[in-house]
Each structure stands twice: as C-alpha cells, then as structure tokens.
Design a protein around this ligand. Structure first.
Ligand code: CP
Ligand code: NVA
Length: 303
C-alpha cells in the first residue's frame, strides 16, 4: 500500500482497497483458526479521542493486542487537543513515542493537521465529515454477505453525514451503486457526490419508498451525530418517515442486508426488531471493524 496516512477512503486505489480486504479476510480466518498473528510486536498505537466510542476504541486496542502490539488511549480530558496544546505539537510529540496514531475528532481539519505534522501514519477514527474505517469494515461485511461489491445497490436511509460520505467514496472505488434517501436539506456533501459520480452511480432521493425495491443493502445511521446534540430535537422532526422498520424492510428484497454503524437509537432511525432481525448484519459490521483495521494498521506500519 502506497498511502502514508488513512484520512479518507478516496485515497485508496482499487488495488489498495482489495489488498486491504484480502488481508482483513486472512486475519479474520487466522484468528478464528487460532493462528499466531504477531506481526506488530513492540509497535504502539496512540489513540486520540475527542468524542466517545465503544467500537472504535475497543476494536483498535484489541486488534493491536492480537498482533503483539500495544495501544495507548488518550481521552478528551487527557491531552486537551487544541486547548492545552496545539494539534501540530501533539502530532510531533506523539510521533516520537508511537508507531501509528488514530484520532477521533470534530473538525476534519484537525485530522488533516495531525497527518500533516506527524512523522508516523495517522488514521482517521471519525471526524464530522468522514468515517473511513467504518466504510472499510462495511464493505468487507457486504462482500462477506453478498460475495461481490461491483453492481451492488447500497441504499442509505437517513442523514447525509460522515458515515454516508465514506460509504459514497467506498462505493466509487468498489463500483457499488449508492442511493441515499434523506429529507430535503440533509443531502450529502456535493463535492463528495460529484467526485464519486466520476466512477459510479450516486442517486439522491427524498422518499425512501423509491429506493427500497432494488436495494441489496439498506444502511442507516443516527439522525443527529456526535456534536449535534443541540439540534437533535429539530432534526428528529425532519426525519419522520425515514425510520428503518419492519414495514420498510417488507418493501425490499427478501435477502436485503440491513446495516447500521452503531450506536443505534431504537426509538428513532431503526427498530430494534430489525437491527436484531434475520436480515441484520449489524453485529458482523461491528466485529469486522477490528479485522479491517488490523489489516489497515499492518499495511501502514509494516510497509
Ligand atoms: N461505529 C462506531 O464508530 O462506533 P463507536 O462510536 O462506538 O466507536
Ligand atoms: N454519524 C455518527 C456515527 C457514529 C459512529 C456520529 O458521527 O455520531
């Protein structure tokens, strides 16, 4: 893999994307088979979190342990990025200790700043704009469920947010057809859509019913993301009709895969019965975060 940092999925070539998928699959199989995976011995991952996390923190930390390395968690109150110390200085200092940095931040420019100033690889663990590690795990999960990615119809029902943006970029690389059904005013970023449209189909609709019949995958995420707590109530009123529930799933193919990056709000964007139902691959997605990220770290650090 030729990239130095992983800030966005659209940095990957098609070959690099498939190299990652293949290594993730091998690491997952080897783990299941109980084979040793000590490919990152004496390597340390620094994890900077300005927002909460279950999956990202645990999957990165456990992944490092499984590969013989170690992870250091730095929470919002530990280093106070931007308050106690500049992004630039944190990037320089962390690079003196650790072999790779993963950060979850608010402003996308913060991750770009870390990547610019760090001398070790920087991985985007979510910004307000993108969630690329999620998209890697999601496409790995779709491939496991459907045995192909090219031509797959991925329908996202909900907010044109960070998760949607990274899924759009991944769709462009893998040749999946991306459709979003969102309320007016909650469309994904135009520049992301325009870039992806050079390689694949991206449809923007405002009625979920129009997007369900052809869907191989129905994906949803929270209506209000971390950092949007003050507008969550207002947003909720705009997303009436965009809940992925049993009625919605009935309008799709029998074998449609239902996806959600989690955490879920079962009284809002998805019914618990659907998230835990027969079409759901949501908990495979959560597990696959670890396998996909282990592949990513190994390729970034060992290259
Ligand atoms: N999907 C995801 O990134 O989960 P966390 O916020 O718990 O890390
Ligand atoms: N869009 C959500 C994803 C959480 C993993 C958020 O940013 O809060």
């Amino acid at each position: 893999m030729n990239i130095e940092n992983f800030v966005s999925v659209n940095q990957l070539s098609n070959d690099e994307f498939w190299e990652l998928m293949a290594l993730a699959r091998n690491l997952k199989q080897d783990l299941r088979a109980g084979k040793s995976q000590l490919i990152l011995q004496e390597k340390t991952l620094g994890m900077v979190f300005l927002k909460p996390s279950l999956r990202t923190r645990v999957s990165f930390e456990v992944g490092m342990t499984q590969m013989g390395g170690h992870a250091v968690y730095l929470g919002p109150d530990d280093i106070k990025l931007g308050e106690r110390e500049t992004t630039e200085d944190i990037a320089i200092v962390l690079s003196r200790y650790v072999n790779v940095i993963m950060a979850r931040v608010f402003d996308h420019r913060t991750i770009e700043g870390l990547a610019e100033h760090a001398s070790v690889p920087v991985i985007n663990g979510l910004t307000d704009f993108l969630h690329p590690c999620q998209a890697l795990a999601d496409f790995f999960t779709i491939y496991e469920a459907k045995r192909e990615l090219e031509g797959i119809n991925l329908t996202f029902v909900g907010d044109g947010n960070n998760v949607a943006h990274s899924l759009i970029y991944a769709s462009a690389i893998a040749g999946a057809n991306f459709t979003i059904a969102c309320p007016e005013g909650f469309e994904p970023d135009e520049a992301v859509v325009e870039e992806a449209r050079k390689s694949t189909e991206v449809n923007i609709l405002h009625d979920p019913a129009e997007a369900l019949g052809d869907a191989d995958v129905i994906y949803t995420d929270v209506w209000a993301s971390m950092g949007e707590e003050d507008i969550a109530g207002e947003k909720k009123s705009r997303f009436d009709g965009f809940r992925v529930d049993e009625e919605m799933i009935k309008k799709a193919k029998d074998d449609v895969a239902v996806m959600h990056c989690l955490p879920a709000h079962y009284d809002e964007e998805i019914a618990q019965s659907v998230a835990h139902g027969p079409n759901s691959v949501i908990f495979e997605q959560a597990e696959n975060r670890m396998h996909a990220q282990k592949a990513l770290i190994a390729l970034l650090v060992n290259n």
